[in-house]
Design a protein around this ligand. Structure first.
Ligand code: ADP
Length: 485
């Protein structure tokens, strides 16, 4: 019998311990799914012990105490361990980790100090515990330093001599820009002969990309887009040279949490066999929002962070262009004050058609997925995206920009019999307005085919098991390849 793969999985955040964004969902769920696979790896997760982590609930046991080398003298670090659903989880604690006010700040130099210490601490901890990983799997810039350390030291460091490395890119534009000098303070110099563009040679994410044996992104579409000037954050040419080491693996969705048949936060549960019951959710949502209660009036929705990436500003313009159509819309989101204000203004300009809710409200989000007819997702770029998958599972048809993971998960109405939604290529208000018109045309004139879209969306397999199997295959292929020095 072949020996069980050992994978050390590093992340800045992970459910159920600490979650800021989508990375937290992925990092918390993927390792558990991998462990649950037949033939799955002995994967162990390492997280910073952020002050936001509720340590009283965790039954943390001290695992190791040691120092990490730094130009100003060594830094003391403590490691703790616990378990969640059979997944061993280690936490790294020490100076800047314990002192940080938030998981991420706007100061990437301060974040760099914290996360480089974390990355180096995670590697050192494995050494002290004598748990020798076959693969170190890092996420985004926060943990990329660990991979760069391994590349630099594989020749001299017996413990990591045979270790392979994988870097998953969840969001390319976050390079850890100001953290370069911090890397050097931890003994990680700029990589002048790496082939990276000069401006990036000391930044954590570019160095991680350079150092990683394999790179993956969270959808095949985004993995391809990273090679283009539009989406490549200045690294597209470098990444194009690494194309054979780059793969895309679509994230999964937590299908237990997002199940319209069991969701306790929606008025009426339903599934594919009882889609007709969904009507009541729409009725109650219209009522809750104080909109005219009428099943024939199309109810659109937006549930999103209000960030430039998400294109909500374009959606608002597009809705204005399409104001002559009989839609209503509910907008739920928080973020950039200007975009929030544009959304409020739309509500003031169209009081009978628009409801704007500037807050984070998971219960309302679930009622919207369960009751609105279609969800608008106009992202400028989207590494994977969850809202389209949740929408489809809840019979809420996605109308989305054809980019990244959106393009990979939604089949446009006109493209195939297997259609599940509507896509538009160009990120303009006009393109969105035309697509709303196209969708409404179907909704108003052909309910039978609209139901077909809903039913096919609800039948999609977005499980983490599917995704975890692809990661396992990738790990196995990495082990089969000869190690590059
Ligand atoms: P990202 O991680 O880039 O924000 P995703 O589409 O991957 O985007 O995930 C967004 C998640 O956050 C979804 O689960 C969505 O329902 C949820 N969400 C976003 N904004 C809100 C909000 N204002 N209230 C409740 N849930 C929200």
């Amino acid at each position: 019998m072949s020996k069980r793969l050992k994978v050390l999985f590093l992340a800045a955040e992970a459910v159920p311990f600490v979650k800021v964004g989508g990375l937290g969902d992925v990092a918390g769920t993927l390792p558990r799914a991998l462990r649950a696979l037949k033939g799955g790896p002995d994967i162990r997760m390492v997280l910073p012990l952020h002050p936001q982590v509720d340590r009283d609930k965790l039954n943390l046991k001290p695992a190791a105490a040691f120092s990490v080398g730094h130009v100003d003298g060594s830094l003391r670090v403590q490691a703790f361990e616990t378990e969640v659903d059979g997944l061993p989880v280690y936490f790294i604690d020490g100076g800047p980790i314990a002192e940080a006010a938030s998981v991420y700040s706007s100061d990437s130099r301060a974040d760099g100090y914290k996360y480089v210490l974390f990355s180096m601490g995670a590697l050192e901890m494995a050494r002290i515990l004598d748990w020798q990983p076959d693969i170190v799997h890092a996420q985004d810039w926060h943990t990329a330093a660990a991979i760069y350390y391994i590349k630099l030291n594989r020749k001299y460091d017996a413990f990591y001599k045979k270790c392979r490395t994988l870097l998953t890119v969840h969001n390319l534009p976050y390079l850890g820009n100001e953290a370069g000098p911090v890397m050097q303070d931890f003994g990680l110099p700029a990589a002048v002969e790496s082939g990276l563009p000069e401006w990036s040679q000391q930044m954590p994410l570019p160095l991680g990309l350079y150092a990683a044996d394999k790179i993956n992104s969270v959808s095949p579409g985004y993995a391809g887009e990273m090679l283009t000037p539009e989406f490549g954050s200045g690294l597209y040419a470098y990444l194009a040279g690494r194309k054979k080491d780059l793969v895309g693996i679509l994230n999964g969705l937590d299908e237990d949490s997002w199940d319209p048949k069991t969701d306790e936060k929606i008025p009426v549960n339903f599934n594919r066999d009882s889609l007709v019951e969904r009507k009541e959710n729409k009725r109650q949502l219209q009522d809750e929002l104080n909109l005219a209660v009428n099943p024939r009036i199309p109810l659109l929705s937006i549930i999103s962070r209000m960030d430039h990436q998400k294109g909500i500003d374009t959606a608002i313009e597009g809705l204005r262009l399409a104001a002559g159509l009989p839609w209503r819309v509910v907008i739920l989101g928080t973020g950039t004050p200007e975009i929030e204000e544009q959304a409020r203004q739309l509500g003031r300009d169209y009081p009978d058609k628009v409801r704007t809710m500037i807050r984070y409200d998971e219960g309302l989000a679930r009622r919207i997925y369960a009751g609105s007819d279609a969800i608008l997702i106009p992202s400028r770029y989207e590494p994977c995206g969850l809202t389209q998958m949740i929408g489809m599972r809840y019979g809420c048809v996605p109308i989305a920009r054809a980019t990244g993971g959106l393009k990979d998960t939604i089949v446009d109405f006109e493209d195939s019999e297997e259609n599940t939604g509507f896509l538009f290529a160009e990120g303009s208000a006009e393109a969105l307005a035309e697509t709303i018109e196209r969708a409404l045309g179907l909704f108003l004139n052909d309910q039978r085919r609209w139901r077909g879209l809903q039913l096919r969306g609800m039948a999609q397999d977005f499980s983490w098991m599917r995704s975890a199997k692809e990661y396992l295959t990738l790990y196995q292929s990495m082990m089969a390849e000869k190690l590059r020095r």
